[in-house]
Design a binder for this molecule. Structure first.
Ligand code: ADP
Ligand code: MG
Length: 325
């Protein structure tokens, strides 16, 4: 199949977003916006780095790549509208595989009425997918990391460490008999917390970050950007019952540093806590209070972990860092 029939095969016949004027088929796409702020994010997904043909089927590659991008939109409070896909395709990949990759993206996109409005197609050595997502928020209603303040409550959605546990199970087949499907699904088909984040709109201020590298990393990002200290309670970090079958050392490693769970963490003023609870209830999202924020100068920009025995220690960024050698 040549590039043109490939593009034709993935092209949507109709579009769901009313703001679209020109979708796939010209030199660029056009959409019109008057009243809302536009939010854009991009992520890249590379064979051998983020996945192998052992850890993911083509369908999961597409699903997971778009999910990671949508998670970034969720962390800004945005409503997803469009996506563009640049793909480098090795010769060994079949048309059926490519179709599955796009099907994975399309199935997830459908949940949010998103339209595929462009991209680029080249051949390459490793399968590489780079997706750009575009969404909207009401004027001045995007959530930023630098807005966390003294006495805020720290919260997180879902459970942490599942994705890494799923990855571990895929690589060690037949050794675990509990929650295998759940954990592997958390790795291959994570749920971006768009619906939950959209319900936060009435709140005056939320500092929000999505967990792609591990909460140790993301909590530090909020602490640094806001010049505050995030205090977390080790025993309140939510993990699934299935994670408990692994040795404690792995549980700890995965819940703090595992990443790729694509849950949301953030801070809100105490007075707005009930609104967060309402959003969680309405969207059937698990929500946990995991700590508080302080502005004491000696811990500024840091994350302090509290244990049941009153011991405290600094939680440093140790998540996945692609540039670290
Ligand atoms: P040009 O040469 O003008 O850049 P292309 O031939 O690359 O145009 O693309 C034609 C149309 O198909 C454009 O609308 C482009 O955005 C879209 N397109 C190309 N590759 C992809 C892809 N992998 N996924 C989605 N849309 C694509
Ligand atoms: Mg092109």
């Amino acid at each position: 199949m040549d590039e043109f029939s490939f593009i034709d095969s993935i092209k949507q016949k109709t579009y769901k977003q009313s703001s679209i004027i020109k979708g796939i088929g010209d030199d660029a796409a056009v959409f019109r916006q008057q009243t809302q702020d536009i939010v854009i994010a991009k992520d890249m997904f590379v064979e051998g780095v983020h996945f192998t043909n052992n850890t993911m089927e083509p369908y999961h590659i597409g699903y997971r790549a778009l999910a990671a991008n949508l998670s970034d939109l969720a962390a800004m409070g945005a409503n997803p509208a469009f996506y563009l896909v640049a793909i480098a395709i090795p010769k060994k990949w079949s048309t059926v595989d490519l179709d599955s990759i796009y099907q994975g993206m399309k199935d997830l996109a459908k949940d949010y009425q998103m339209d595929l409005i462009g991209g680029d197609t080249v051949s390459g050595e490793e399968l590489t997918i780079s997706i750009t997502v575009i969404g909207y928020v009401d004027k001045a209603k995007a959530w930023y990391r630098e807005t966390s303040e003294d006495n805020d409550i720290v919260f997180v959605t879902g459970t942490l460490g599942d994705s890494q546990a799923g990855f571990h199970i895929i690589n060690n087949p037949g050794q675990y008999d509990q929650g295998e499907d759940f954990l592997i699904k958390r790795h291959r088909m994570p749920t971006p917390r768009i619906h939950f984040a959209r319900e936060l709109e009435p709140i005056s201020r939320v500092s929000l970050n999505d967990i792609s590298d591990g909460i140790a990393s993301e909590a530090n990002e909020i602490a640094e950007a806001s010049n505050v200290c995030l205090h977390l309670y080790d025993s309140d970090i939510p993990i699934s019952e299935h994670l408990r079958q692994f040795p404690l050392s792995l549980q700890t490693k995965w819940k703090y540093y595992g990443g790729e769970d694509f849950e949301l963490m953030g801070t809100v003023p105490e007075k707005d806590w009930h609104l967060i609870e309402k959003a969680a209830e309405k969207t059937k999202t698990k929500l946990s209070k995991i700590g508080f924020v302080s502005s004491e100068s000696k811990f500024q920009g840091q994350v302090i972990l509290h244990y049941n025995n009153d011991k405290i220690e600094r939680l440093v960024k140790n998540g996945y860092n692609h540039l670290r050698r």
